[in-house]
Design a protein around this ligand. Sequence first.
Ligand SMILES: O=C(O)[C@@H](CO)OP(=O)(O)O
Length: 252
Amino acid sequence: MSDAAHTLILLRHGQSQWNEKNLFTGWVDVDLTEKGREEARRSGEMLREEGLLPDVLHTSRLRRAITTAHLALDAADRHWIDVKRDWRLNERHYGALQGKDKAQIRDEYGEEQFMAWRRGYDTPPPALEADSEWSQAQDPRYAELGSEVPATECLKDVVERLVPYWDEAIAADLRAGRTVLVTAHGNSLRALVKTLDGISDEDIAGVNIPTGIPLVYELDADLRPLTPGGRYLDPEAAAGAIAEVANQGAKH
Ligand SMILES: O=C(O)[C@@H](CO)OP(=O)(O)O
């Protein structure tokens, strides 16, 4: 018997076109690949098989998370639930690395700098120029941010924007008795997991989230995880995919 008071389901979007090409993505609004769509549908089937039925969806403002949620919820027959979208669930803005090949950046700057930019807690990459083709400075979906649209972020910046959203939106829905599905991104979910599990700034570097596999957190009445790290619905596939994410950049 579980003492869970609340259920939170985290889902990183399925494989994107730039995941497939091994490019830094951040806020660039790339679509899913066919494999990513299949991962999304499968994750919805897993939710249905487990009897995990979300009452409300929170997504980022990026297509890969929105489409993943749509496909997963359709497969779970929960396509009708309420939706909240917020830029604070977006991927980490990858600054001047957006659009760049991970393996090339690793070769050019070396393993240490590459990993500091990729997984260092407070090391943002250089800022992206506002006139870059990969900039979101003029994107109407972020109009509420005015001139505050990020030009780069480190994970610490993501934690700082995400925690208020957690408190005011996600935790509020959980406390209201809703099962919450969050579809988001590798680094916004790392920020959320860091907060939930109380992971240190150093140790979070070793945490990677696979695409398209639901991660379920049973939470107590104070929204503390009953099992640290939660539970992947397909643990075997998750283990393989986590290792692949960790090794990105090592392969050409
Ligand atoms: O490029 C990105 O936006 C992210 C997620 O795909 O990459 P990384 O895992 O290297 O932080």
